[in-house]
Write a protein that binds this ligand. Structure first.
Ligand code: 8Y4
Length: 285
């Protein structure tokens, strides 16, 4: 019996690599400086990704790009709650909330989300206790320092070893706070305080993280490293590079892939699964 996650009543099976579709609730294009948020566009996009075969949708209201200004809890709630409510009503798949704030976690689960995806690894004040009380699966991700400064010449003695140790410590902290191990996922945090060389080491050695005994999530979609490797300066042209990276992540043990290009990734995984299903050759005596 392969693991499955109970996301507030909606089941996410982890019998094979699964696809998490990205739904950013961003400032709408016509309003001045993002005073309004285009919930309708985000909802339509989420429903489209569900149609394309996403197994879960990740809804986020605060950009974590280096230099992005911090957003208040009230502002973040204004952006994501209407989107989560409508997606939970109009689609059957589980929804994760991409947030580091305890009050946003609580309201999002109340509104129908079923997983917490925290790029800060539940290190904000009250986050561990809030997640434990909610009793939903949580993603613990590695980030070096803070979003503002993480990409200023990040350095490690041994990036894989240091990220591995951080994640082991966050699993321990989560279990001590009362989060069941079956509800924990980990993520090396591609691009969060890593150069492309660091990201390549983490991807090449991703199977090391499966030793921690919980499912691994990988999120490389359209990121700068993919752009650097492919020469695609426009993120919208990074789908092929992203699919390639996510197939390698699946091959190296990732069970959840956080992607923009759901249809392409779903097709790629169908090919990957067909090969994975081929019986191993018999070792004749
Ligand atoms: C919320 N969130 C993000 S946002 C950053 C992003 O997509 N940047 C980006 C996207 C497109 C182009 C350039 C940069 N990345 C992860 C991740 O890798 N893992 C988990 N668990 N959550 C995550």
């Amino acid at each position: 019996t392969s693991p499955q996650l109970d996301c507030n009543g909606r089941i996410l099976r982890l019998d094979r690599p699964r696809v998490m579709g990205i739904v950013n609730v961003t400032p709408d294009s016509f309003s001045d400086g993002g005073a309004h948020f285009d919930a309708e566009a985000a909802i339509a996009h989420g429903l489209k990704l569900a149609e394309e075969g996403a197994d879960i949708l990740d809804v986020g209201g605060e950009s974590t790009r280096p230099g992005a200004q911090a957003v208040s809890a009230e502002e973040e709630l204004r952006r994501v709650i209407p989107v989560i409510e409508r997606l939970a009503k109009d689609a059957a798949l589980p929804i994760s909330i991409d947030t580091s704030k305890p009050e946003v976690m609580r309201a999002a689960i109340e509104a129908g989300a079923g997983m917490v995806n925290d790029v800060y690894g539940l290190r904000r004040e009250g986050a561990l206790d809030a997640a434990a009380a909610l009793g939903v699966p949580v993603v613990l991700m590695h980030m070096l320092g803070e979003p503002r400064s993480m990409q200023d010449a990040p350095e490690y003695d041994d990036v894989v070893g240091e990220v591995h140790r951080f994640l082991a410590e966050r699993i321990f902290a989560a279990e001590m706070a009362g989060i069941a191990k079956k509800n924990i996922l980990i993520d090396p945090g591609f691009g969060f305080g890593k150069t492309t060389a660091h990201n390549l080491q983490l991807l090449a050695q991703l199977r090391r993280f499966t030793e921690l005994g919980v499912p691994v999530l990988a999120g490389l979609s359209r990121k700068r490293s993919i752009g650097e490797l492919t020469g695609r300066s426009d993120p919208r042209e990074r789908a092929a590079g992203s699919v390639a990276a996510h197939l390698i992540a699946a091959q190296n043990g990732a069970m959840l892939l956080r992607v923009h290009d759901v249809a392409a990734t779903v097709d790629a995984l169908k090919v990957w699964n067909a090969v994975a299903a081929v019986p191993a050759p018999r070792k004749d005596a």
